[in-house]
Design a binder for this molecule. Structure first.
Ligand code: NDP
Length: 263
């Protein structure tokens, strides 16, 4: 495990699922961590648990909607004044949209494209001056395998994800002269808030999570036969966020359990 003592990491959408697992792993590695989300109650609950579990770390949990540039700028200022300059930025906040081409109207397209692009653009812009101060800086964008392997039932999410994968490569090139690495991960299906919410709405209430997610894995042709765990995504994120991957930029790690059909 790498020692991140004295480093400040920022995780958007750090109050649940993959973001929260990443926050925990960064804290375990010694970093001070700032996290944001929109739901204050959930943030407060998570922050209380984290402070208890990691009493020697500095933890900053703030409400911030990554689609609101003013809120993101304020969050960045708060991080800088309370923790110091961020050296790691994890652009994780977001969710997917289930809809086909036939049932996606213009407003839904605009919302989805806005969410996927600006959840990366706003935090990156706001934290860039801080990241530039470090020789150690890295940005990781949490993306989906849909970027490379679109699914017709998630048409807008797939197209937006492909755009973000392209954006990661452009930012990696542009920021290389500032010493900032930019990479992404391509997720398959990971057990988190999104899937737990779909499980709660299952047709057959007698199905356990194991049965429900096992048959989902079979239907989706996941080679490892199960959904991923948030910690498994977090390990790939932390690898890309630290000098463990010091010679890697503009690239993506597949964390899909072998569901990818692309090399
Ligand atoms: P969760 O629903 O468990 O967590 C999402 C987090 O993002 C929450 O903390 C949520 O907090 C926050 N969030 C959502 N929208 C915003 C916003 N506008 N501003 C700030 N925070 C926001 O989902 P996951 O952990 O599964 O998802 C993490 C990322 O991984 C997402 O981008 C998702 O699309 C992506 N992903 C997940 C996959 C999976 O199978 N789980 C597959 C492919 C991609 P709050 O609601 O309080 O704002």
């Amino acid at each position: 495990m790498i020692d991140l003592q004295g480093k400040v990491a920022v995780v958007t959408g750090g109050s649940s699922g993959i973001g929260l697992a990443t926050v925990r792993l960064l804290l375990e590695s010694g970093a001070d961590v700032a996290l944001c989300g929109r739901d204050r109650q959930r943030l407060d609950e998570v922050a209380a648990e984290l402070v208890q579990a990691f009493p020697s770390r500095r933890i900053l949990a703030r409400t911030c909607d990554v689609l609101q540039p003013g809120q993101v700028a304020h969050f960045a200022q708060t991080v800088q004044s309370e923790l110091g300059d961020a050296t790691i930025l994890i652009n994780n906040a977001g969710q997917g949209r289930v809809s086909t081409f036939a049932d996606t109207d213009d407003a839904s397209w605009e919302n989805e494209l806005k969410l996927k692009f600006f959840s990366v653009i706003h935090p990156t812009r706001a934290f860039l001056p801080q990241l530039e101060q470090s020789e150690y800086a890295a940005i990781v964008c949490v993306n989906s395998l849909l970027a490379a392997q679109p699914e017709p039932h998630m048409v807008a999410t797939s197209a937006a994800r492909a755009g973000v994968m392209n954006l990661v490569r452009s930012m990696a090139t542009e920021f290389s002269s500032k010493g900032i690495r930019v990479n992404g991960i391509l997720l398959g299906l990971v057990d988190s808030g999104q899937w737990r919410r779909r499980y709660e709405q299952r047709e057959d209430a007698s199905q356990t999570w194991e049965d429900w997610s096992g048959s989902l894995a079979k239907r989706k042709n996941i080679q490892l036969g199960r959904l991923g765990r948030p910690e498994e995504a977090a390990r790939a994120i932390v690898f890309l966020a630290t000098p463990l991957s010091s010679y890697t930029t503009g690239s993506h790690i597949d964390v899909s359990g072998g569901v990818s059909r692309h090399a």
